[in-house]
Design a protein around this ligand. Structure first.
Ligand SMILES: Nc1ncnc2c1ncn2[C@@H]1O[C@H](COP(=O)(O)OP(=O)(O)OP(=O)(O)O)[C@@H](O)[C@H]1O
Ligand SMILES: Cc1ncc(C[n+]2csc(CCOP(=O)(O)O)c2C)c(N)n1
Ligand SMILES: [Mg+2]
Ligand SMILES: [Mg+2]
Ligand SMILES: [Mg+2]
Length: 355
């Protein structure tokens, strides 16, 4: 199959006319560039929200950790997560794939199975991309275009002293899943989900392979007008917290006892002799949101999300002071009343491509 036949094989007839119409697609896959209608805002102008993120074989995944469809899902999801982190709605995606010569077109077709599944889940129209060969590794770069109500994008820089700090889901699971997958890997085979089910790590593996960005939660939160900053957790909680702290000029104090830890992660950490806090603070790829909100609205926001079946965990506070992040070790025995609190500065550490 040549390049053009391959592109058709991967993308032809994958999305309904209705989805494309809904996202104002005038010219989709098949011309020099896509053309989409500038969406009219409901009750006000919209602004564009643009993001691109790349996944590279051996850096972001390998043959054992993810199947092709997982790579497709996650490549789009990582971008959808960045749009969510601005309070926006993801709409259009451009997909660039650089394919090793040894890869059959059927493998990329499977990548598109996952990518289109994610696109459908979040209402995104895939409108184009680019295709090249690659000397060795697969590279997937996805660009997502979204919209946000004019002037309402939620930045990293708005956190105020007194705000509550929150996350929209458990953290550390994706990293624990990766730990399991790397340990369970044997040869070039993708570790089957059935093996993870038997090992009690299926939820962790799925968190790693199929992250579910908090678009809905971000929209509910942003509409309240009380959320002062948002960041999605790609490089790890500590690293993202540092970004908010530095760009907002505040100190974030996180309470260890409030960090949402999944039961399966805690159980797997115990079994494998790993300190779970390491995954939660420095693991990354959670694609939940970390943010700050006016303290007076924290309970109201939590209730509004709960009404939609969405979690929100208050994990700390923003304070005046030198930009930085502190962790309060407060996981002492609350029954005996011995809660010796210890504050430690949190290292500005996380996944770093050049670190
Ligand atoms: N090569 C580049 N050229 C121009 N801008 C870039 C480049 N790489 C990153 N940026 C910009 O730098 C900022 C931070 O990018 P970064 O990729 O760290 O954020 P992120 O996408 O939220 O995190 P992650 O990639 O870890 O998910 C963004 O505004 C991004 O658009
Ligand atoms: C095989 C394998 N080894 C290591 C990792 C861990 N990892 C890679 S990139 C990244 C941060 C997010 O990426 P980015 O900053 O590019 O968005 C993390 C935590 C993995 N997923 N697979
Ligand atoms: Mg990025
Ligand atoms: Mg981000
Ligand atoms: Mg990163």
């Amino acid at each position: 199959m040549d390049e053009f036949a391959s592109i058709r094989h991967w993308t032809d007839g994958r999305q309904s006319e209705q989805r494309l119409r809904e996202q104002g697609v005038v010219v989709g896959i098949g011309d020099d560039a896509a053309v989409v209608e500038a969406p009219p805002g409901e009750g006000g102008a919209l602004q564009w929200v643009l993001a691109v993120d790349t996944m590279v074989e051996t850096v972001h995944f390998n043959a054992a950790t993810m199947a092709e469809a997982d790579v497709g899902w996650k490549a789009l999801a990582a971008n959808v997560s960045d749009i969510a982190a601005m309070g926006g709605v993801p709409r259009h995606a451009l997909v660039s794939v650089s394919v090793p010569r040894a890869w059959e077109p059927a493998r990329i077709r499977r990548l598109y199975d996952g990518l289109y599944a994610c696109a459908e889940h979040y209402g995104v129209a895939v409108v184009g991309g680019d295709t090249t060969s690659s000397p060795a590794q697969l590279v997937v770069a996805v660009t997502v275009v979204g919209t946000v109500e004019a002037g309402r994008a939620v930045r990293r820089s708005g956190a105020q002293p007194g705000d509550a700090v929150f996350v929209t889901g458990p953290i550390g699971m994706a990293s624990a899943g990766l730990h399991y997958l790397l340990a369970a890997a044997s040869g070039e085979q993708c570790v089957p989900l059935a093996a993870a089910e038997a090992a009690g790590t299926a939820a962790l593996v799925q968190a790693h392979r199929r992250p579910a960005p908090s678009v809905r939660a971000a929209r509910v939160l942003a509409a309240r007008g009380t959320v002062t900053s948002l960041n999605d957790v790609s490089d790890g909680l500590a690293s993202e917290a540092w970004e908010i702290a530095e760009s907002s000029g505040v100190k974030l104090t996180l309470r260890e006892s409030q960090l949402p830890m999944s039961g399966s992660m805690a159980a797997y950490a115990r079994r494998s002799g790993v300190e779970p806090l390491e995954w939660m603070l420095y693991g990354g790829e959670d694609y939940v949101l970390l943010g700050t909100i006016a303290a007076a609205d924290a309970a109201g926001a939590k209730a509004a999300l709960a009404a939609e079946g969405l979690p929100m965990y208050v994990i700390g506070t923003a304070e005046a002071g030198a930009a930085g992040v502190e962790l309060v070790h407060d996981s002492g025995n609350s029954e005996t009343g011995r809660r010796a609190e210890r504050r430690v500065p949190l290292a500005k550490r996380g996944y770093n491509h050049f670190g």
